[in-house]
Design a binder for this molecule. Structure first.
Ligand code: TXA
Ligand code: MG
Length: 358
């Protein structure tokens, strides 16, 4: 039996990446290999978007179903033209001018040269120009658009550090560029742009309010129940710890006394709440601070790091309190809800039923 090849992990300065390291990583991309690299949102698992075999390898490495399309990462306008059919719609141009490079993904008409596997056979392609100096330098040096999903196995928590990538994908990628922790901590916002409107398919680092301030067309939210059609990879269960996880509506636990008796003495329960208004949890539970609810940038930045750490301690139950906030709160609550496989309780008394459904 051969020992599986471990990924090479190479440190790189996030602000001023060493050109030698970038050249090595770019050569690996051009040779059809898989390279994990930092972006301003989360780490991506990148490959040459025009290399069918490499794209197939990304799906295998992640254990990702073929119906879930990948985001293509570009650097500079010329690369956009290689991926998108025809001129950009006016609204796409306005949004790209406002938010690129940055954490916004535009779903546009696919150029016929883009391999169908990337778009899961769709007529549209998701495109983003990342702002992270390492990501931008890598794509520029590779000279090809880079397809990159988040560098985690399908359904797992997204990686915000190289250590997360190695823990989850280990021997499944060839090279990991370690640029430290990512800045935003949450994935990009994904929007579908048509001639009529801009539809938010996934909340993310760019808020609805930001989009509305810059879009010449109405910005609408995806109709509920329309997930599979519009945003194929956005399953109910995602970003998930291994422990059973339940989301709690903001401010639900007014006192430890309100917790049902059988849970009051339960061991290994972790309650993730907000440090600036901590819930008084029962004695045996652990309160884990997601950060101040008044500073959602910080909450977003630390969210996956905390989920990874809490999950690694193998708790028996994780309760996550939703922020109930607008702005970034929408993306935070989306991820927390999916981490809980959409099991959300509104009343503390509902907890046991939620934990032992049926
Ligand atoms: O911040 C990010 O977006 C990170 C970094 C690495 O750029 N990438 C990321 O990729 O989160 P991934 O594959 O984990 O999520 C991409 C999302 C999925 O929900 C996928 O279904 C959606 O984008 N998507 C991709 N192409 C699409 C398309 N043509 N139409 C609709 N949704 C699409
Ligand atoms: Mg992902």
């Amino acid at each position: 039996m051969t020992t599986p090849q471990r990924a090479d992990v190479v440190r790189v300065d996030p602000e001023h990446p060493d050109p030698t390291v970038i050249r090595r990583a770019a050569a690996a991309i051009r040779a059809g290999r898989l390279v994990a690299f930092p972006t301003e949102t989360v780490y991506g698992l990148g490959c040459d978007a025009f290399d069918d075999d490499a794209v197939a390898a990304v799906f295998v490495a992640k254990g990702r179903p073929a119906h879930d399309p990948l985001i293509v990462h570009v650097e500079g306008e010329a690369m956009v033209d290689r991926v998108v059919a025809g001129p950009l719609p006016t609204a796409a141009r306005a949004l790209a001018e406002a938010f690129w490079p940055g954490p916004l993904t535009l779903v546009l008409r696919r150029h016929p040269d883009v391999p169908p596997a990337i778009t899961a056979g769709r007529a549209t392609v998701a495109v983003r120009a990342p702002a992270h100096p390492v990501a931008a330098a890598l794509i520029r040096e590779a000279g090809v658009p880079v397809a990159a999903p988040s560098a985690n196995r399908f359904g797992h928590i997204s990686p915000t550090s190289a250590a997360h990538v190695v823990a989850d994908l280990d021997d499944r990628c060839d090279l990991v560029l370690d640029g430290g922790r990512t800045d935003r901590g949450l994935e990009s916002t994904v929007v579908a742009v048509t001639d009529h409107d801009v539809m938010v398919l996934r909340h993310g680092a760019v808020t609805l309010e930001d989009l509305r301030a810059h879009s010449p067309l109405p910005v609408v939210e995806r109709p509920r129940g329309d997930e599979a059609v519009q945003s194929p990879g956005h399953d109910e269960r995602h970003y998930s710890p291994r422990a059973p996880t339940v989301a709690v509506v903001a401010g639900t636990i007014p006192s430890a006394d309100a917790v049902p008796t059988d849970l009051r003495t339960a061991e290994g329960v972790v309650y993730l709440g907000y440090g600036d208004r901590p819930a008084p949890v029962p004695d045996g539970w652990r309160f884990e601070d997601l950060g101040p609810r008044a500073d959602l940038d910080q909450v977003a930045h630390d969210l996956y790091e905390i989920l990874h750490r809490v999950d690694a301690a193998r708790p028996t139950l994780i309760l996550v309190e939703l922020s109930g906030a607008e702005g970034l709160g929408r993306a935070i609550d989306d991820r927390l809800t999916r981490a809980a496989s959409s099991v959300v309780v509104r009343e503390v008394a509902d907890l046991p039923a939620a934990i032992h459904p049926g």
